[in-house]
Design a protein around this ligand. Structure first.
Ligand SMILES: Nc1ncnc2c1ncn2[C@@H]1O[C@H](COP(=O)(O)OP(=O)(O)O)[C@@H](O)[C@H]1O
Ligand SMILES: [Mg+2]
Length: 372
């Protein structure tokens, strides 16, 4: 230190200005992040293997779509090496990340660590924030939130042991308390007699090493409500699962096989139908209840709410899915296409939402600094 105050830098003359930075251009550098934990275990040892493996395929579709809209897409498989991910992202300097991570090391609970790293690095990302992903994974907590918000949802109990008490009205459905994507849902999940419940609970708790959510079974039509936007979501056209192709005596549910085993009996018997015929008052109620559930859980940008209709037309929310399946053939993309948003535009729109957050955060910083 010499004690001398250096002269202020001369203002930059227009001719000396640097060319517009990459960030100012329309083309953005997008890191497309997806889990690759399906590589670590053989399919027969992981009951959620197909759903994990599918994410890599979706990531490739998203990257292609982003390239089509003029972005620079970089596929980044994510494993448990989070310092490695940090380094990779620091090298890449993406404008935003497209977060498709559903699990790490075969554990869905760890999915939220990826957006946490992105927040740490200040990289805006698509979809819901980490705390919402963690929250939504706990079916029991989501149910409490829905109940507290006055949103109809079937009565349920958490059972950790086969002999835990259960005072519900049968039939019931037994699901792992912290999985999604129909993981752990089979024909045996629907239990008609109280004396059969302990076995169903034992099977599931042993296989998934977690408690079960036992829920009253709503034996009615199933509707999927996809939504886009935040905080006020745009409700996309409704879709219904047509169960008429399922063999006689099979429960009318979307099982794991229905979702992930292409060509299986359950897959062929559960056909999604856009624009189902419904009394308009019922359709309006379904849309309202689903949008309320989306907001109550804090879902951001995109998501899907699954609803079952009771015999009297009451829509019961059974599932709220932030960062739902973005495969070009899944419900989200089909519903968006129903309002003229094709897959490429959908992926581009989700990137715009993420980039807008960076802009908004920047504007907030400027406003805070100005107010000081
Ligand atoms: N209470 C219920 N009544 C009737 N069917 C249900 C109920 N809960 C779940 N299901 C069926 O099981 C499927 C998967 O359950 P869901 O709660 O959506 O789990 P996940 O989060 O794994 O997708 C649903 O799509 C639906 O077909
Ligand atoms: Mg579901």
């Amino acid at each position: 230190m010499t004690g001398e105050v250096p002269p202020p830098p001369a203002p930059t003359q227009p001719s000396e200005r640097r060319p517009p930075s990459r960030r100012a251009r329309a083309q953005k550098r997008v890191a497309v992040l997806h889990n690759n934990d399906f590589l670590d275990v053989p399919p027969e040892l992981d009951p959620a293997w197909s759903s994990r493996a599918e994410v890599a395929v979706v990531a490739a579709s998203v990257a292609t779509a982003l390239t089509e809209v003029g972005h620079e897409a970089h596929l980044i498989p994510v494993d448990g090496d989070l310092p490695g991910l940090r380094t990779r992202l620091a090298e890449l300097e993406p404008d935003c990340a497209f977060n498709l991570c559903e699990s790490l090391a075969g554990d869905a609970r760890l999915e939220s660590s990826v957006p946490l790293v992105l927040e740490l690095l200040g990289i805006p990302f698509t979809g819901s924030p980490p705390e919402v992903l963690s929250f939504a994974l706990r079916k029991d907590r989501v149910k409490q939130r829905l109940e507290a918000s006055g949103i109809p949802t079937p009565a349920a109990r958490v059972m950790s042991h086969p002999d835990d008490p259960c005072d519900l009205t049968f039939p019931v459905i037994v699901k792992p308390v912290r999985e999604d994507g129909s993981v752990g849902i089979t024909r045996e999940s629907v239990v008609h007699r109280p004396e059969d419940l302990p076995d169903a609970v034992r099977t599931l708790t042993t296989r998934f090493r977690q408690p079960c959510l036992v829920e009253e079974f709503v034996d009615g039509r199933e509707l999927n409500v996809a939504m886009l936007g935040h905080p006020a979501p745009r409700v996309l056209p409704l879709s219904e699962i047509d169960f008429s192709g399922l063999p006689e005596g099979t429960p009318r549910i979307v099982s794991y096989d229905a979702k992930w085993t292409s060509g299986s009996v359950d897959d062929l018997g559960t056909v999604p139908v856009l624009h189902p015929t419904l009394p308009s008052a019922v359709a309006a109620r379904v849309r309202r209840v689903a949008a309320d559930a989306f907001r109550a859980v804090g879902v951001r940008d995109y998501g899907r709410v699954d609803v079952r209709l009771s015999a009297t037309g009451v829509p019961f929310v059974v599932d709220v899915n932030p960062n739902c399946d973005l495969s070009p053939h899944a419900g989200m993309a089909r519903a968006a296409a129903g309002v003229g948003i094709d897959y490429t535009s959908l992926c581009g729109l989700l990137v715009r939402y993420a980039l807008r957050r960076r802009r908004d955060a920047g504007a907030a910083d400027v406003a805070t600094a100005a107010a000081r």
